[in-house]
Design a binder for this molecule. Structure first.
Ligand SMILES: [Cu+2]
Length: 164
């Protein structure tokens, strides 16, 4: 056996055990990232000011996650408007100069339209906005993958320490 073969052998001998030790963690991390998990709550509270005017809500789109709390301060800048949130059955009338507070616990996932519920003029039917309640999965996947990666490193360095 010549020298270069020996060198190659030993580098392979060092390389494979490391792969062998880390592979389970790589696989677990991949599983954590891919496996669907039920949405878990990491609740946040969002404060949003919605201004209703002929014939739109500002903002017209709100994105939150399941489990979050949404606190809306609703105001009307011209005439009397209404805020009706489909799927949550929330309805609130708002008069100019008197803002209203609406608190919503986002327990249902999906897209929910909010519309004006007080006939406020010609284009009243088009006064529509959208609340998007997304799943909480990405956050927990990131947490899971981080934990697995850290334990992998820990085991790796533990082994290195013991072998020297
Ligand atoms: Cu209106």
């Amino acid at each position: 056996m010549d020298l270069s073969t020996t060198a190659r052998r030993s580098s392979v001998a060092v390389f494979w055990p490391i792969i062998g030790r880390l592979l389970p963690f790589v696989l677990i991390a991949a599983m954590v990232l891919v496996t669907p998990v039920p949405a878990l709550a990491a609740p946040r509270t969002h404060y949003v000011e919605i201004e209703a005017s002929q014939f739109a809500f500002q903002p017209g789109r709100i994105r939150i996650h399941q489990g979050d709390t949404l606190v809306i301060t609703l105001s009307a800048s011209d005439v009397v408007h209404g805020f009706y949130l489909e799927g949550y059955g929330i309805s609130q009338r708002v008069e100019p100069g008197v803002s209203q507070q609406i608190t919503i616990t986002a327990d249902r996932r999906g897209k929910f339209r909010y519309r004006c519920s007080v006939s406020c003029g010609a284009l009243h039917p088009f006064m529509i906005g959208e609340l998007i309640v997304g799943p909480n999965v990405p956050f927990w996947r990131a947490v899971g993958a981080t934990i697995v990666a850290l334990s992998g490193l820990l085991v790796h360095f533990r082994y290195k320490q013991n072998s020297t």
